[in-house]
Design a protein around this ligand. Sequence first.
Ligand code: AMP
Length: 197
Amino acid sequence: MRLILLGPPGAGKGTQSARLMQKFGIPQLSTGDMLRAAVAAQTPVGLKAKAIMDAGGLVSDDIVVGIVAERIQQPDASRGFILDGFPRTVNQAQALDAMLAEKHMELDAVIELKVDEAALLDRIVQRAKDTIAAGKDVRADDNPDAFKTRLDAYRSLTAPVSAYYAETGRLKEIDGMAPIDSVTQALDKLLAQKVQA
Ligand code: AMP
């Protein structure tokens, strides 16, 4: 099962990916998590990406595509994966299509979590509070200023990715404003059809 979850920051991609990972036994490949790990390890990629990420901008397509190309070749991704936070530009989506075609692989589903933008800032503020309550460090970009930049990047660069998949009949949409468990049920239903297909 090879899946892409699309949606703006705060849509619930991370939460739902974690559940799908358990259900299907496939890894959640979050480019944001991979980049944060590179920043923490101060690798050359991390050093380049840190300021951009802190400000809420997008890291270059070359860097992100390189990370994903390497990651999907790891043995744990051989049975499939859930891409969370990638592709975020049409360029990345095209690079992914080329990468998969080369390996004779196809995407099983591209699912967008549709959310009301007005609710997103509240969700991000809540995520920061939950993180503090769990005794963990809050993400440097989970603050209103960086969030605004992230949302702008989403609107101008990532929203066209949905159109890219819709044009080729590959996009499915789910109501991401529903309670977390209902979103999970809607995903399960949609993917059950895929498994049977
Ligand atoms: P996320 O955890 O998905 O919200 O990503 C956190 C940050 O990592 C984003 O705001 C970007 O700066 C960077 N990032 C993650 N994925 C990508 C991507 N596919 N393309 C460009 N930048 C990315």
